[in-house]
Structures are given as structure tokens and as C-alpha cells.
Design a protein around this ligand. Structure first.
Ligand code: PEP
Ligand code: MG
Length: 886
């Protein structure tokens, strides 16, 4: 027997998403739990994949199977496809395993032709309505299946409105629409050379192929790349009997979430339109009514809907996003899926569902995508700030953003990619604008509701969005919008607050985020589950305090070079570098010692009770000196203007030293512990400062736990030498102050040779901290600055690499070295503590890897600490929610 390509809804189940797509599986599930779902069938994703495998041909047997299933469908509904008396009309929708809202195509009212149209007129006694469906169908079909441009039809409609002297489509009567239909058909004939297909079965088969084709349209490809959805899943096609929300005032259509997708509040949240069809609500053309109003307008239907929402939430144990239609006072559920939500809402919903007993704590922790927490850990407008609000729209996606106004997605992309912060302003957005939304800081639209395209997409991306801001009048031609007499032009700066809907001229002060009580609670559950510690990369007491507030259990990387860079210290640092003799250098270091001691005192105190890994100086010394070109210009200017001779001599000496220190490739040059090897006195000063600060704190009764970290080691002998020096200094400090403290000295593993000789290095180390920034650079031979700015985007676009390896750990390459280093290190020194402090320490998939290879901790920027806590817990809990919200 050949493959089964077509399933009736009765034959499917929720766990058949791979085969039937998310939508198809849910329609089947809903049908089987007895909900009022319009009857239908689903063509499998396998059929789509076979279609592609055969170079875009309908797989063998599919046509016959569709025809056969259609017979069953007709029998169930009691209407016949193409029937001249009682015709069955269909909706055709794509539906992949993961929801891709608006990315692929939908066709409504399929089955209409001149004959069925007349039958429908008789059946509904509403000629205008049927002709409106007919003209919409021709337009949709022509766009999706025949590839004709939308505007070719819009101009026909506009011409008809002009001829009749009316403004709105709704003002056209049946006779007008009859003329529009005839004119549309002429457009089809003119553009394709063929008549519009009248045979319903031919329409259906063409539509199925078009949906297969839309799996590979540009916007679907972009969406998949952004959301890491594999390209080879294919889409299913759902063929469902039509129900009509636009047959009069007892009809309507809407979209609702069982809980608020923006805040997570447990209350129905959605919108509907009376006497409207299909995409009218989400398209944002008419601004819809809030769902609560349905309670007044249709109380019985509302109650029925509330009950169904409850059933669906219980059934799926998750917040649902439901599409419904009311046809002549009867409610139909067209679709349900796990609702997309902001990170804030995801947390609140997970915590509350656990409290309600719908899910357990483990599942609650798995429900929140760690990467999405980023949006909560971002800035918002300072509530104390005074500013003038020029307009207010719907608060569609929280967070605040400032940027210069652009009116076009391409322009947003262009400016965004060149580092400009932009706010994309559109009347409404469509899937074709997605690249502009990606590049923008936020989105502002003048039309559309909370479920319009801009709102849904921005929420998914965690970007601020204000939509339906009807007060702003956009003039694309002149690239401006006006609002109550204020004119805002392209390039002007605006701020938007997606939590309040406010639009503000200029920039506004923003403040740091705080963790909500639910967020704290969820992180508490995560802490109970995870096995790795989470630390922060922090160099100042302020950062350390922030890190603690976010739950860091120590500092995994304190970079000391930032302390050298401070403006008031730089002259002493330069004096140290320029010193010609050891005495001169030591004299300068003597001056730096108390300053460094103060730095370490501050950070160790802020992290009381937790370990602080202090890394000795890493960057090459020339980084602390002025730039060669600038110095040359300065000297030349001084000479030309007859400047002070002594000053010129001083600058020339500086220039000589800068030239002497110049390196062709500083990343691979005289840096890290190589500085400690050639100038042992520099590291000696730092180590002394660390332990003197410790002694000071111990005397004050503060539990200070410094650990000294030696960077860029390639050979055990380097570490041995530097370790001996450090231990000697530590002991001297202990003796001098007559106190005791633990001495822990470890190293960064950030070069391939260190990883492959980790067993030797581990004999001299109390801990390893994988510096995966440098390890990625040196394993791939990519200098990050050059790669990201030049060729790395090509590597990703051409799919040579799936991700930027500086952001997402290259597990197969760099990861192999990390695992090897960890295993070798532990073999030689079972007490060795192992962690990571490269940027990957805050990236969820990389954290999962660190957990799997048995690291003791991850360390990341303070703002990513909550992400790391959650990601480590998810790794420990098995990594995947039983109910994915992707
Ligand atoms: C690393 O290389 O991963 C690291 C943490 O050190 P830095 O980024 O300071 O070079
Ligand atoms: Mg490094």
C-alpha cells in the first residue's frame, strides 16, 4: 500500500504535529474532544516533502486520495463540492509543525464559480454577501495560486468605488460587485492568457500545490531562519468547510487568548468583529472590539466560548490562542494553538498554572524560554521622567525604545545594520516587513489591534510595539507623520513605550529592570533543580551588586584591565609601561598598588561569602598608550605651531615606545600571562593587591574569597612559574598580617594547546575557566572583529555555519576541546573546579552543553544571570517542555 497522504480530522490527534502540522493536529484533537469545529481533512507534511522531492510535482496517489476524502467530507456536511443547488465551500490553509503566523498562504471560499455563486445567493438570500465572497476569492486565488499582484485587483475595486462616488468597499452594492467580478476575471485572462478556473476540483488541486509552494516563499524562509525552524519539515494543508462570519449582524469572527499574552493575567483577551470574515481581525484593516464586549452583544455565545476556552486550557495544559467564527448565531472554533506570549506573560502563566495544579514546578521551569527573558532584563522608561506624550496607541508589546523614525522596512534594515537605532513607523505591517522589524528597536503602527501582524511579530521578538495609534497620520510620499499639529519627519527621534502605548518625541530617560515576584519564584524553582552554579562576569562593586541582585553566586571573571583604563589611573599605568628600568617600573607599580587594592577590596566585599575569580592583566600593554596616528598628528601640530620643545621631546619618546610595542597581530601577541612572564613585577603587584585587600577584609570580619586566575596559558611551565610567585606573595601577606586565608590559583583555558595539555596544566591549577571567546577565535582562526564585520554573515547565509560561533558555542569544534580539556583536567586533578566565562556562559544552548559535560559553574554578564539560572535548570531537568510553545 502507498503512503497515506490525507487524514480526516477524526483520524488525527494532537501528537501528530510532525505529520499533520500544528494546526491540523489541533483541529483533529478538538474535533475528537467534541468541540464545534467545521469539518475538514488534512494533507500531510509528507506529501509536501514528496512534492519537493519530485521537483514540484503532485505525489502519485495524492489527487485520488483527496478526491476520495472529499466524498466523505461532502457526506458529513450534506453539501456537495461544486453543486449547483447546495454547494460546499472550503478554506485552504497551510500549517507547519511549528506555527509560522502569516508566513504562508490561505485561500477562503474555494469552490465558488458562476454556478455555485448563484446557488449560494439562493441559499443565503444575500446576493451582495455572496458576490463579495466571490470577488475576494478570485483575488486571493489569483494572488496565491496564479501569482498575480494584489494591486491589479485593488485598482479595479478602486475604479468601481470612484465610478460610484463612494469611499468604502461596503458601500458597493451587488450590481457593483457583479461588475467587479467580471472585471477581475478579465484581469486573470489578460495576465495569464487563461480563464479563471471554474472547476472546483481543479481549484482545490491548484490551491494545495500553491500552499506547498508557499513553504518556500521568501518570508517563510526568513521566519524559519529567525526561529530556528528546520527547512525540511514541510507544511501540511488543511482543507476545511467554510463557515461565514459575514452573513449579517448575528455573525462575526474573532481571535482570543485564554490568558493575556502580554501580561499573563488570567483573563480572556482578544478581539472580534461583527459581520466580518476570516482575516479581517488579524489584518488590522478595521479596528475590532475587545472580547469582553461580546458578553453584552451575544451573552449565550460568550458563555459558550468561555467554557470552551476552559476546556481547551485544561486539555492542553497551556494558554491557548483560539480563532472563532459565529455563523448565524452558532459558534465555531476554527483553530487553537499554544499562544505566543511575552516573557513576562510566560513566567506569570507558568507560575500560576503550577499554583493551579495544572502543571508541576519542573514543567513550569521548562515552559519559559530562557532567551526570551532578555526582554525583561532590558530597560524601560523611568517612571520619574517628565516627557510629553504626542500620541497614544495600543500597548502591544512591552519594553521601551528610542530611535530615529523610518517609514520603510528596507530602510529600517539598511540603517539598523549600519548600527543606527530606528523605530519603524507604518500604517500597518505585513509579513513582507519582517526584515525591517528585525532591524528596528521598535514598531509603531497607526492601524490594527493587539492581534495585528505588527503586534504578534513584535511580541514574538521581544521588541516594543505600539499599534493602532490612529492619531498619527502617516504620509509615506513625504516621509513624515503628523499628530495634532506636530510633524515628525524621517530621521527625527521618537520613543515608544510598548507597555503603555505612549509615543514620545525625542529620547527619554530609561531605567533598569527589576525581577517581578513571579519571576523570582520561578527562578527559585530553577535554583532547586539546577546542578551548576551561576556566576557573573563583573569588574566593579556596582556590577557585582547587580549580579547578586540577579542571583549570581560569585564572580567567574573579574577583568582587571578595566581598572587600568580609568582616566585617573591611566597616567600612572603609562608611567609604568614607559619605565626604562625595573626600578622605575616598580616605582610606578608602587603607586598603582593601593589603587588596585581598593578595587579588589570593593569587589570582594560586595561579593562577601562568594568566590571571586580575579584575572590578572590580559591585554597587550600598547592598549594603554595613545594611538600612533594621533600621536604623529599631535607632534606635527606642535612642531608647526612652535610648541614647547620639552613637550615635543616627551611626545616623541612616547611615540618611540608606542612603535616599539606595536604588534602586527595583538590578539596573538604579547598579552595574557606572557606579560607576567616578561614583567613578573606587574603580576606581583596585582597579586599583592588582591591578598592585601583580603587581609584587610578578613580583619574586618568579612568573608572574602579571592581566587587568582592566570590568563592565556599554553604550557604548564608558565602556570607553574606564575603560581609559585603568587603563592609566595600570598604567604608573605599572611605572615605580615598574621592571618590565614585560602589560596586558590587557577587558569583560563582559552587556547587549543592549553585544552589538549589540560592534564599537565591541571597539576598546577585549582580551577579551569574556559575562555571560549579566545578559544573560539584561535580554534577557528577567526579574529572576531574581522569575522563578524566581514565574512561571518556569508558563512551563516550560505549555511556553512548555523550560528555565530562567538554567540552560540560551536559544540562540534570548540566544544570538543572544552570537553577534552575538562576530562583531561579532572583525570589529573579530581578536585579541579571547571567553569566557563566566555560570552557563551550566558547563552542557553551553550549552557546546556556545559551541563552535559559536567561543569561546576557558568559565568556570564550580570544581566544574563537569570537566563543562565533558568537554562541550567532546564538542562538539569531534561531540557524540553512536554508542551512546547514554539
Ligand atoms: C575569553 O577569552 O573567553 C575571555 C573570557 O576572556 P576575554 O574575553 O577577556 O578575552
Ligand atoms: Mg580571553
Amino acid at each position: 500500500m502507498g503512503k497515506k497522504y490525507v487524514y480526516s480530522f477524526e483520524e488525527g490527534k494532537a501528537d501528530m504535529k510532525g505529520l499533520l502540522g500544528g494546526k491540523g493536529a489541533n483541529l483533529a484533537e478538538m474535533t475528537n474532544i467534541g468541540l464545534p469545529v467545521p469539518t475538514g481533512i488534512t494533507v500531510t507534511t509528507e506529501a509536501c516533502n514528496d512534492y519537493y522531492a519530485q521537483g514540484g510535482k503532485m505525489p502519485e496517489g495524492l489527487e485520488a486520495e483527496i478526491k476520495e476524502k472529499m466524498v466523505g467530507l461532502e457526506a458529513k456536511i450534506g453539501k456537495n463540492f461544486g453543486d449547483a443547488a447546495n454547494p460546499l465551500l472550503l478554506s485552504i490553509r497551510s500549517g507547519a509543525k511549528f506555527s509560522m503566523p502569516g508566513m504562508m498562504d490561505t485561500i477562503l471560499n474555494l469552490g465558488l464559480n458562476d454556478q455555485t455563486c448563484e446557488a449560494m445567493v439562493k441559499a443565503t438570500n444575500n446576493e451582495r454577501f455572496v458576490l463579495d465572497c466571490y470577488r475576494r476569492f478570485i483575488q486571493m486565488f489569483s494572488g496565491v495560486v496564479l501569482g498575480l499582484e494584489h494591486h491589479k485587483f485593488e485598482s479595479v475595486l478602486d475604479a468601481q468605488k470612484e465610478k460610484r462616488g463612494v469611499h468604502f468597499d461596503t458601500e458597493l452594492d451587488a450590481d457593483d460587485l457583479r461588475e467587479v467580478v467580471a472585471a477581475y476575471k478579465k484581469v486573470v485572462k489578460r495576465e495569464t492568457g487563461n480563464d479563471f478556473p471554474e472547476d472546483p476540483m481543479q481549484q482545490l488541486l491548484l490551491a494545495v500545490q500553491a500552499v506547498f509552494g508557499s513553504w518556500n516563499n521568501q518570508r517563510a524562509i526568513v521566519y524559519r531562519r529567525l526561529n530556528q525552524i528546520p527547512d525540511d519539515l514541510g507544511t501540511a494543508v488543511n482543507i476545511q468547510s467554510m463557515v461565514f462570519g459575514n452573513m449579517g449582524e448575528d455573525c462575526g469572527t474573532g481571535v482570543a487568548f485564554t490568558r493575556n499574552p502580554s501580561t499573563g493575567e488570567k483573563a480572556l483577551y482578544g478581539e472580534y468583529l461583527i459581520n466580518a470574515q476570516g482575516e479581517d481581525v488579524v489584518a488590522g484593516i478595521r479596528t475590532p472590539q475587545p472580547i469582553s464586549k461580546l458578553q453584552e452583544e451575544m451573552p449565550v455565545i460568550y458563555q459558550q466560548f468561555v467554557d470552551i476556552c476552559k476546556t481547551l486550557e485544561q486539555h492542553y495544559q497551556n494558554m491557548q490562542d483560539i480563532e472563532f467564527t459565529i455563523e448565524k448565531g452558532k459558534l465555531y472554533i476554527l483553530q487553537t494553538r499554544h499562544g505566543k506570549r511575552t516573557a513576562n506573560a510566560a513566567i506569570k502563566i507558568a507560575v500560576e498554572m503550577a499554583a493551579e495544579g495544572l502543571i508541576d514546578k519542573n514543567e513550569a521551569v521548562l515552559r519559559v524560554e530562557p532567551g526570551a527573558l532578555d526582554q525583561l532584563l532590558h530597560r524601560r522608561i523611568d517612571p520619574a521622567a517628565k516627557f510629553e506624550v504626542i500620541a497614544k496607541g495600543l500597548p502591544a508589546s512591552p519594553g521601551a525604545a528610542s530611535g530615529t523614525v523610518v517609514f520603510d522596512a528596507d530602510e529600517a534594515e539598511k540603517q539598523g545594520q549600519s548600527g543606527q537605532k530606528v523605530v519603524l513607523v507604518r500604517t500597518e505591517t505585513t509579513p513582507d516587513d519582517i526584515h525591517g522589524i528585525v532591524a528596528a528597536q521598535g514598531v509603531l503602527t497607526s492601524r490594527g489591534g493587539m492581534t495585528s501582524h505588527a503586534a504578534v511579530v513584535a511580541r514574538g521578538m521581544g521588541k516594543p510595539c505600539v499599534c493602532g495609534c490612529e492619531a498619527i497620520k502617516i504620509n509615506y510620499a513625504e516621509k513624515l507623520f503628523s499628530v495634532n499639529g506636530t510633524v515628525v519627519r524621517e530621521g527625527d527621534t521618537v520613543s515608544i513605550d510598548g507597555a503603555t502605548g505612549q509615543v514620545i518625541l525625542g529620547t527619554v530617560p530609561m531605567i533598569d529592570p527589576e525581577l517581578s515576584p513571579e519571576f523570582q519564584e520561578l527562578l527559585g524553582w530553577a535554583d532547586d533543580i539546577r546542578t551548576m552554579a551561576v556566576r557573573a562576569n563583573a569588574d566593579t562593586p556596582e556590577d557585582a551588586a547587580k549580579a547578586r541582585e540577579f542571583g549570581a553566586e560569585g564572580i567567574g571573571l573579574c577583568r582587571t584591565e578595566h581598572m587600568f583604563m580609568a582616566q585617573d589611573r591611566l597616567p600612572v599605568v603609562q608611567e609604568m609601561i614607559l619605565a626604562e628600568t625595573l626600578e622605575d617600573r616598580e616605582a610606578a607599580l608602587e603607586k598603582l598598588l593601593p589603587v588596585q587594592q581598593g578595587d579588589f577590596y570593593g569587589i570582594l566585599k560586595a561579593m562577601e561569602g562568594f568566590p571571586v575569580y580575579i584575572r590578572l592583566l590580559d591585554p597587550p600593554l600598547h592598549e594603554f598608550l595613545p594611538n600612533i596616528e594621533e600621536l604623529v598628528v599631535e607632534i606635527t601640530e606642535l612642531k608647526c605651531t612652535g610648541g614647547d620643545k620639552n613637550l615635543i621631546a616627551e611626545k616623541e619618546e612616547l611615540l618611540r615606545k608606542v612603535r616599539q610595542l606595536h604588534e602586527f597581530n595583538p590578539m596573538l601577541g604579547h598579552r595574557g600571562c606572557r606579560l607576567g612572564v616578561t614583567f613578573p613585577e606587574i603580576y606581583a603587584m596585582q597579586v599583592k593587591a588582591i591578598y592585601q585587600a583580603t587581609a584587610q577584609l578578613v580583619k574586618e570580619g568579612v568573608d572574602a574569597e579571592p581566587e587568582v586566575m592566570i590568563p592565556l596559558v599554553i604550557h604548564v611551565n608558565e602556570l607553574k612559574m606564575l603560581r609559585e610567585q603568587a603563592v609566595e606573595i600570598a604567604k608573605a601577606v599572611q605572615q605580615e598580617h598574621g592571618i590565614d586565608f585560602d589560596i586558590h590559583i587557577g587558569t583560563m583555558i582559552e587556547l587549543p594547546r592549553a585544552a589538549v595539555t589540560a592534564d599537565e596544566i591541571a597539576t598546577q591549577a585549582d580551577f579551569f575557566s574556559f575562555g571560549t571567546n579566545d578559544l573560539t577565535q584561535t580554534t577557528l582562526g577567526f579574529s572576531r572583529d574581522d569575522a563578524e564585520g566581514k565574512f561571518l554573515p556569508d558563512y551563516i547565509n550560505k549555511k556553512i555555519l548555523t550560528d555565530n560561533p562567538f554567540v552560540v558555542l560551536d559544540q562540534a569544534g570548540v566544544g570538543k576541546l572544552v570537553k577534552l580539556g575538562t576530562d583531561l583536567g579532572r583525570q589529573a586533578n579530581p578536585a579541579l573546579k571547571v567553569g566557563i566565562c566566555g560570552e557563551h556562559g550566558g547563552e542557553p544552548s551553550s549552557i546546556g552543553f556545559c551541563h552535559r559535560i559536567g561543569m561546576n559553574y557558568v559565568s556570564c554578564s550580570p544581566y544574563r544571570v537569570p537566563i543562565a539560572r533558568l537554562a541550567s535548570a532546564q538542562a538539569a531537568a531534561g531540557g524540553e517542555s512536554s508542551v512546547s510553545t514554539k
